[in-house]
Design a protein around this ligand. Structure first.
Ligand code: C2E
Ligand code: SIN
Ligand code: SIN
Ligand code: FE
Ligand code: FE
Length: 521
């Protein structure tokens, strides 16, 4: 039978909704664990066998931790864990067992138990195991929330909702205030020169502040932007430097976090990074609804929100860029479609997808991989300048003809170099450089190694992989194995070795893309 008892007041209150279920056939141990855990501030229920425990688990949704003996009559602890997880997959389990059965304990961990403690146990060991398990659970919950946030911001699934910068700012500020139960706050945007902050969204602040601009040197937000460091002030009176910068803060506790542009994960530097301020904006919150001070965990929540907001903001700006330049692109593309050779078809689409994949996998931030995806279809745009008789010649080119073809790189570059926007700038670069080679024997400039811009190296690989796999007027399609052999041979000669490695590491995805877009002929 279930043994239910009311918890007495603990020293430290854990989340009131969280309960621990202790299962042991020995009453002495049950009672002992009960006292220890209640003393630690947990709400605890007891069960004397597996059946009773399962019954309780199916009726009580608040259990977060199952603490069970292994050796019990009828149903043992391992079976209990197994069954319990079918009812509640997120239930964290700890098993206890004697030294003689330590192998069984390890088996339980394999079955999904989070940890085990050996009998006879000392109390600090138990407390530690429980707190570890609770921490892990909190972490898992935090991750779930993080995923929810990621989904909220996922650009490709809901472009419309983040298309508008203002809408994003309001959304972020409201989400932040709500998550930390704050009443007032603001989101301040760093201006393009990095010198000023503009109030982009605010709540609980005087209306006239909206849109107002402050110098980055004078404010708390400025400090946070300059140092790229979040600030949690529990009591401003303890911190004179901060207090000095506070102009209209009457509260004593607040949090201020930077929205930091994502760096690159790989060895390559983003081409965009160096030219724009690193901190995009600063998120400020103050005044807890219940009058208490902000905590470390509030800071953590806001840092997560700030991270995701920064990524979302980059995406919004990318799309704004795109809108600005869309007319130019459409015009340019229209020109190509009219003039270009017969092989276009899906070639540019595949090259775009391969390029995006390589960019992402080499560690460029998502928005930059997206820029490359959008820009790479323009890599051969300069072929509009190549006479049809050469471009569509059904056989080998003579050297003079090939020289004309080589001109498509500089022609493309000249077409695009004057265009505004990051995407068309990227397109200009990769149109210019996609036929350069790692060993310096490429054209038009004979650049060596990393002298060729990363965009050029990426699209270069994508272009050749695709060209080899397709039938052309001058050649048959190569079988995949022959292409892969070619890539091995040309690693460090024609191609950047690091990119070839990335290529092979992601071969499955590459071949999926190849299969997705049918051949041109
Ligand atoms: P493309 O057909 O899009 O080919 C792009 C790149 O893929 C080529 O750049 C080359 O690096 C690689 N590639 C394509 N086919 C082969 C091949 O059979 N063997 C090897 N080893 N690599 C290959 P590349 O060579 O600079 O050529 C640039 C463009 O010039 C080609 O674009 C194509 O439009 C044209 N072209 C090149 N050779 C010939 C040719 O013999 N006849 C004709 N009609 N056009 C050619
Ligand atoms: C800010 O972070 O700049 C707002 C605090 C203030 O100066 O009132
Ligand atoms: C050039 O190589 O001259 C322009 C392409 C680039 O921006 O790297
Ligand atoms: Fe080309
Ligand atoms: Fe091409």
């Amino acid at each position: 039978m279930p043994v239910l008892r009311k918890p007495k007041n603990g020293k430290r209150m854990e989340n009131k909704l969280d309960r621990i279920l202790v299962v042991d056939d020995e009453v002495v141990i049950r009672e002992l664990l009960y006292d220890v855990l209640v003393d630690e501030g947990f709400a605890v229920d007891l069960a004397s066998d597996g059946r009773a425990a399962l019954e309780m688990i199916s009726e009580e949704p608040r259990y977060v931790l199952l603490f069970t003996d292994i050796m019990m009559p009828e149903m043992d602890g391992i079976e209990l864990i197994h069954e319990a997880r079918r009812i509640r997959p997120d239930l964290v389990s700890i098993v206890m067992t004697g030294y003689a059965t330590i192998e069984t304990a390890r088996a339980a961990v394999k079955e999904g138990a989070y940890d085990y403690v050996l009998k006879p146990f000392n109390l600090s060991e138990i407390k530690l195991a429980i707190h570890n398990a609770m921490d892990r659970r909190r972490l898992a919950m935090e991750n779930m929330r993080l995923q929810e946030l990621t989904e909220l911001f996922h650009i490709s699934e809901n472009i419309a909702s983040v298309r508008d910068e203002r809408e994003l700012f309001n959304f972020v500020l409201n989400a932040a205030l709500e998550r930390v139960s704050a009443v007032r706050g603001s989101l301040m945007i760093v201006t393009e020169d990095g010198q000023q902050l503009r109030v982009a969204s605010s709540r609980g602040l005087p209306n006239h502040l909206m849109g107002s601009v402050v110098n980055i040197r004078d404010t708390i937000s400025g400090l946070v932007a300059r140092d790229v460091r979040p600030l949690l002030v529990q009591d401003i009176r303890d911190d004179p430097t901060v207090q000095q910068r506070s102009q209209h803060l009457k509260e004593i506790s607040f949090i201020s976090v930077p929205l930091e542009r994502k760096g690159t994960a790989g060895p390559y530097t983003s081409a965009i990074e160096s030219t724009y301020p690193r901190v995009l904006a600063v998120l400020n919150v103050t005044e807890k609804a219940d009058g208490s001070n902000f905590t470390e965990s509030d800071l953590k929540v806001l840092s997560i929100i700030a991270n995701h907001s920064a990524a979302a903001l980059e995406n919004v700006r990318l799309f704004r860029d795109l809108e600005d330049t869309q007319r130019e692109i459409v015009y340019t593309l229209g020109e190509i479609v009219e003039t270009r050779s017969k092989e276009t078809g899906h070639h540019v689409k595949r090259v775009a997808e391969y390029s995006r994949l390589l960019a992402e996998k080499i560690g460029l931030p998502g928005y930059e991989a997206e820029i490359i995806r959008l820009a790479s279809p323009l890599h051969d745009v300069g072929k509009v300048g190549v006479p049809d008789a050469i471009l569509n010649k059904p056989g080998k080119l003579d050297p003079a003809e090939f020289d004309v073809i080589k001109g498509h790189t500089t022609v493309g570059f000249d077409m695009l170099r004057g265009a505004r926007g990051r995407m068309l700038q990227a397109a200009a670069t990769l149109a210019h450089q996609h036929h350069e080679r790692w060993d310096g024997k490429g054209y038009p400039q004979g650049l060596v190694g990393e002298e060729t811009h990363l965009y050029g190296r990426i699209t270069g690989i994508a272009d050749v992989f695709d060209a080899l796999g397709q039938k052309r007027l001058y050649k048959e399609a190569w079988p995949v194995q022959k292409i892969l052999d070619y890539f091995c041979d040309e690693r460090g000669k024609q191609f950047d070795p690091a990119l070839v490695d990335i290529f092979f590491a992601n071969l499955d995805s590459i071949l999926t893309i190849k299969a997705e877009f049918p051949a041109d002929y």
